[in-house]
Design a protein around this ligand. Structure first.
Ligand code: NI
Length: 224
């Protein structure tokens, strides 16, 4: 499942984060990938394991944790430390799949879901679409600053060349309580339907019963 999460950061917070990120020192993005990724990756990143990157990344994680939509869809257990990337002057990241396990400051994280938080508005650069390939074809993503896209880390994806301006984003991976994308998607659909039922009819007996089913399925499928 791919999910657009609007307004993870307000316009003001996105702008402040962008300024902090712009002021930091950038390094070659190939430092954080394996051999296959290094052949197709051309961009810059903030240095991993750097206190400033960590502090900015914590701000990103706090923001996504405040988003009910993100939490309901991702059911996160553990996060990688967020990184920041910048593409300009034709830079691109060719088709690849992300590594399956990342070592984060909190320990190992199985990468079930990938998340990109956009920090540049689409009209400020050309190219730089995130293209994600799944069983239904290729999806192109280019979102306003402050919005995020969540997609399965099992997907092949690329970032097309940036031919004008700069594409700046934060990205991270997470291990979900529910490993299977299909099972997690069912829970998310059920959660949305329960919320809609409650909005329409209040806490009816049926809504309470369905909430019980939701939690019992989550109890059955959750791995911690
Ligand atoms: Ni990737």
């Amino acid at each position: 499942m791919m999910l657009h999460i609007p307004g993870v950061l307000s316009r003001g917070d996105a702008e402040r984060l962008r300024q902090a990120v712009d002021a930091a020192e950038w390094v070659d993005g190939r430092q954080t990938v394996g051999a296959q990724g290094a052949r197709v990756k051309q961009n810059r990143q903030l240095p991993e394991n750097d206190p400033n990157t960590r502090a900015l990344g914590q701000g990103v994680l706090e923001a996504v944790r405040r988003s009910p939509l993100f939490m309901a869809a991702a059911l996160p257990l553990r996060f990688s430390d967020p990184l920041f990337n910048r593409y300009e002057s034709g830079e691109t990241y060719g088709l690849h799949v992300d590594g399956s396990v990342r070592l984060a400051s909190s320990g190992h994280v199985r990468t079930d879901l990938s998340c990109t938080l956009f920090l540049a508005d689409p009209e400020t650069y050309d190219g730089g679409e995130l293209e994600v390939v799944d069983t239904y074809g290729v999806h192109e993503v280019k979102l306003p600053a402050g919005d995020a896209i969540l997609y399965p880390s099992t997907s092949l994806h690329r970032v097309t060349p940036v031919t004008r301006g700069a594409r700046v984003a934060s990205f991270f991976w997470l291990q979900s309580l529910v490993r299977d994308d299909g099972a997690r998607g069912l829970l998310f659909d059920m959660d949305k339907s329960i919320q809609a039922l409650r909005a329409k009819h209040g806490d009816s007996e049926e809504a309470v019963a369905l909430t019980g089913v939701y939690h019992n399925l989550l109890r059955r499928w959750a791995e911690t």
